[in-house]
Design a binder for this molecule. Structure first.
Ligand code: ADP
Ligand code: MG
Length: 403
């Protein structure tokens, strides 16, 4: 099943680069790539925070190369160590193939002479450690006047290593008309300080580190017409054999769905405020022992449900509050076991999904059922400008993200 949200398509990447990515067998963008690439291609300044090993290099390399392919400008990538400089160059060389864009690595411990020779071939990507780069600048072997994309990779590490004064000196030599991208595993306050000084309304793109509640949970969203929700549910229930916790928004809804499940022949029980305490306890007990495979619940009634080993949480309705999504999925994937959460949503619920994604810092992948017509989210009514995003407290609405 081709799932567009799980591929590099739709992020604004040029066809030629998509082809290269396919050849490299890069099929699914990592979360930081999924979030940062479209924004970087739009030309936004970005602070990208994600753990080591999550693909941050491509998150800036792809947009930078795409930009350089369209202009005559140059890009500068500042990294803390020589090893990393070489590694970044290797990664980028895979993508620049066929674009005729040369890169140079300026690092200490190597002869300056060789690097000067390389600079004479007018490389358009400069990857450098701060100290050696400053040497070149001071000796006027290099200027930064035509740099219009600036990347600070592993920004936190550079600050730890005491490079802040060097970096500030370098940044001041890069034209103000530029795109600035900071990538880092953590977000110390000094990075924010530097960002506020040297970036234009940066967008924060932060991917939740491991150890959050959602660690062992995979997510899926189906967008369908309201009238198809039940049909889809019926098909999903046939696919999953394990225990299922199914959430409805109202007790009315829970009652109706529970009746439907029984009609379909599923062993199921329900807990909501119309049930007595004894009935609820019975339902829960039966769910735990396996007598009922499916438990239908409302948010209020489900508080404190502590059942281990639930394979699947189905959000037949999204919760009224994004926070409740976290509580709901907390019931699956417990104690290191893998869990799965499926949300069935209608086209007008884009904002609700956006709120949840912002809260859990995960992009919820959209799936398609082969037998159910897929819908798309309705276009947002209003597009927020970067300015209004700022005045709303620094959190960027998700409305503009491409799907
Ligand atoms: P980070 O900078 O976040 O520590 P890297 O950019 O060094 O992570 O990437 C880590 C590894 O993941 C690299 O070997 C890279 O080739 C690989 N990688 C990056 N993006 C993808 C992707 N979308 N699919 C598969 N592998 C990827
Ligand atoms: Mg990196």
């Amino acid at each position: 099943m081709e799932n567009p949200s799980l591929s590099f398509y739709g992020l604004g990447i040029a066809p030629k680069i998509l082809e290269i990515l396919a050849n490299l067998k890069f099929q699914i963008p990592t979360p930081i790539q999924h979030k940062a690439i479209p924004l970087a291609i739009e030309g936004k300044d970005i602070i990208g925070i994600a753990q080591t090993g999550t693909g941050k290099t491509m998150a800036f390399a792809i947009p930078m190369i795409q930009h350089l392919a369209q202009t005559k400008s140059r890009g500068l990538i500042i990294v803390p160590t020589r090893e990393l400089a070489v590694q970044v160059q290797e990664s980028m060389s895979k993508i620049v193939q066929g674009f005729g864009i040369r890169s140079v690595v300026l690092i200490g411990g190597e002869s300056m002479h060789t690097q000067i020779q390389a600079l004479k071939r007018s490389p358009r990507i400069i990857i450098a450690t701060p100290g050696r780069l400053l040497d070149f600048l001071r000796q006027k072997q290099l200027h930064l006047k035509d740099i219009d994309v600036l990347v600070l990779d592993e920004a936190d590490r550079m600050l730890d290593m005491g490079f802040a004064p060097d970096i500030e000196q370098i940044i001041k030599m890069v034209p103000a008309q530029r795109q600035t991208l900071f990538f880092s595993a953590t977000m110390p306050p000094e990075i924010m300080k530097m960002a506020s000084r040297y970036m234009k309304l940066p967008v924060n793109v932060e991917i939740a580190p491991h150890g959050t509640s959602a660690e062992h949970v995979t997510h899926e969203v189906f967008i369908v017409h309201k009238d198809m929700k039940r049909t889809l549910l019926g098909k999903l229930l046939k696919q999953f054999r394990g225990s299922i916790l199914l959430f409805c928004r109202t007790k009315m809804g829970a009652r109706k769905i529970a009746r439907q499940l029984r009609d379909w022949g599923h062993n199921s029980a329900e807990i909501h405020s119309d049930r007595s305490l004894a009935q609820r306890r019975q339902a829960l007990e039966g769910f735990k022992t396996g007598r009922f495979r499916i438990l239908v619940a409302t948010d209020i009634a489900s508080r404190g449900i502590d059942v281990k080993g639930i394979e699947l949480v189905i959000n037949y309705d999204l919760p009224d509050q994004a926070e409740n999504y976290v509580h709901r999925i907390g019931r699956t994937g417990r104690a290191g076991l893998a869990g799965h959460a499926i949300s069935i949503v209608t086209p007008e619920q884009r904002n609700d999904i956006g709120n949840i994604e912002r809260l859990i810092k995960i992009v919820l992948p959209i799936s398609q059922h082969p037998e159910i017509p897929q819908m798309e989210f309705e276009k947002p009514q209003r597009v927020f400008s970067a300015q209004s995003f700022r005045s709303r407290g620094g959190r960027r609405p998700f409305g503009r993200r491409r799907r």
